[in-house]
Design a protein around this ligand. Sequence first.
Ligand code: URA
Length: 261
Amino acid sequence: MSFIRLDKFISERTEYSRSEIKRLVAKKCVTVNGETVKSADVKTDTETAVVRINGREICKEKYRYILLNKPAGYVCSTSEHDGENIMRLIPSELRNKNMFPAGRLDKDSLGAVIITDDGGLAHRITSPKKHISKIYIVKLDRPFQTKYINLFKGNLQLADGQVCLPADVRGCELSEKLAFVRLREGKYHQVKRMFSAVGNHVEVLMRISLGGLILPEKLGFGQCMELLHKDVENLFKEPDFDDFCRDYGGDFSAFLINNQP
Ligand code: URA
């Protein structure tokens, strides 16, 4: 058992400040294990207490992990100054004030983004040293060419002279203008600049997996879901790229073709 004050418990797990929590308690909006609480400083068991605000249960876990299927037109940022930021797509009961996107997608890019308050995990997702691979499906301006496979496998040089780590790319059976790419790093506009370095152009880009965590087909653009800890563990399982393209390629290609942004 591990006890902390109720206001600390709630403020660490939601967007409410301590003074807002006091007000909610005074208005009898907060229950612990079904009983309305009278004071915000009651000791609360972080492992077993069921805390509800206006009937809605507060998640017990200290860290939260949300998987968002990012639509185009949103910036991966927490700052209100950055235009439409993705945080406003997360319902308030799933969000807390310490959350931020673990890794970025461009404003016009689509697909999987993790939003969390776990700084350690965010570092593991974004650090090139940790080798969490990311798989993207792209719609190209011109047909995919098999020569891209070796060009991406070597150390492709971008227009500004930066050299990429070896990456994987495969064409897609459903359309000659669709391709899958797997990267283990995240340079600025990397996928777009890699295709530009081989003489093509990315029209649409969607991230469909982070490590072994695959974007669920049922999650439409702009929708999000809370991840369980076992889903988070999947991040560190590496799928075989050819198996991934064989098993999921058809579904994601159809998804992109049918949901043209
Ligand atoms: N590469 C890009 O070019 N853009 C993204 O959003 C992600 C990877």
